[in-house]
Design a protein. Structure first.
Length: 361
């Protein structure tokens, strides 16, 4: 039995563009963000369980995430929850490949930085990703953010950095690796927006299907080099032998599929920069969930940092909303002015007479 490739336009997919009948774009975006945050909680909780049991294989685990995502995408098509589509041309396929490699490189660079800096510093510096995204938006998307947007990014990044805590010893090479990882994440977000929006946009689930396949080509060799085939085989056997850990790994991979899919849908609705800002807010959300479930200790510095990040995200959201309202008002005013200029008097068309050059009877 062969699987046929049908255009999305023939039968709208149930998943992939989050097409909820009768819902507004704002409601769809809100639902996507809620799904993204919820799936992330599942991913974080199962990550903690796996890490506690000595399954510290972040690159190989990311490979498993991409493998699971690809399998879920194919299952979705088989069950007719979504329709498979081909890439339109070699250019689009090349962009998807670039997207997949930025994902793989962001993971590899972040993992490599752990040899030189503490995880807390990596998390703190990773909070600067929105700024990298704003810069890459100029290069990839041709978008230039207004100065108000740059100002609102300051508390978002500063609060996340504060919540991660200080780090007395710093490796310059380690910091360069972290910033390189941030650059890859920013590029990935911009490429997502480029591929998910516009006239030739691909729906989220098909983009995830291709991206996951291409990224596995890089992630598996990277895992073998960085984490070692013998160590990987030993840890996998350890997890398979334990039923509870096997269930945790399965839930972890399913959660990763949902996180990736919802992240694409969020990008489709709000854009690359807003998605990265929401990513910082998501870190606050998952930290609070971790405190409630695992009873982790919270410092005063952490609470202050989370509060600043949340307030900054609200300020950013309000600023973007006001900017969109202003742009809409200016567009309406320009349209009104144009209509007034075109219809300054009672012309032949308004009297029901044919216009010059109109040969219709």
């Amino acid at each position: 039995m062969t699987t046929s490739f049908a255009p999305v336009a023939v039968k709208p997919p149930l998943i992939g563009r989050l097409s909820l009948p009768g819902s507004t774009a704002k409601a769809r975006a809100t639902a996507a963000v809620a799904g993204w945050f919820s799936a992330t909680v599942v991913l974080i909780l199962t990550n903690k369980v796996l890490m506690r049991e000595h399954f510290r294989l972040p690159v190989f685990l990311t490979f498993l995430h991409m493998l699971a995502s690809n399998l879920w995408c194919h299952l979705s098509a088989y069950m007719r929850w979504s329709a498979k589509t081909r890439t339109r041309n070699a250019e689009q396929a090349g962009k998807i490949f670039l997207l997949s490699q930025t994902l793989a490189l962001s993971v590899v660079l972040a993992v490599a930085s752990f040899k030189y800096v503490e995880v807390s510093l990596e998390q703190a510096l990773a909070a600067s990703t929105p700024a990298f995204t704003a810069l890459m938006s100029i290069v990839i998307l041709g978008k230039r953010e207004k100065w108000r947007t740059w100002v609102t990014l300051m508390p978002i990044m500063g609060g996340a950095t504060l919540s991660a805590g200080g780090e007395p010893s710093v490796s310059v090479f380690g910091v360069c690796l972290i910033f390189s990882s941030n650059l890859m994440r920013a590029t990935k977000s911009c490429m997502q927006e480029l591929l998910l929006q516009g006239e030739n946009a691909m729906d989220s689930i098909n983009l995830l299907r291709y991206m996951s396949l291409y990224s596995m080509v890089t992630l598996l060799p990277a895992a073998l080099v960085l984490e070692g085939p013998n160590h990987i085989a030993e840890r996998v056997a350890f997890v398979i032998a334990d039923a509870s850990l096997s269930k945790a790994l399965f839930a972890n991979c399913c959660g990763a599929f949902l996180v990736n899919l919802m992240q694409f849908i969020v990008t489709e609705h709000v854009g690359a920069l807003s998605m990265q800002v929401l990513g910082n807010v998501k870190s606050v959300f998952t930290s609070v969930a971790s405190v409630l479930i695992f009873r982790n200790e919270v410092t005063t510095q952490g609470v202050i940092g989370y509060s600043i990040t949340t307030a900054g995200a609200y300020w950013y959201g309000m600023s973007r909303h006001q900017a969109k309202e202003k742009e809409a008002a200016e567009a309406d005013a320009a349209a009104t002015t144009k209509d007034a200029g075109d219809g300054g008097g009672v012309g032949a068309n308004e009297r029901g007479e044919p216009a010059a050059g109109d040969t219709r009877v």
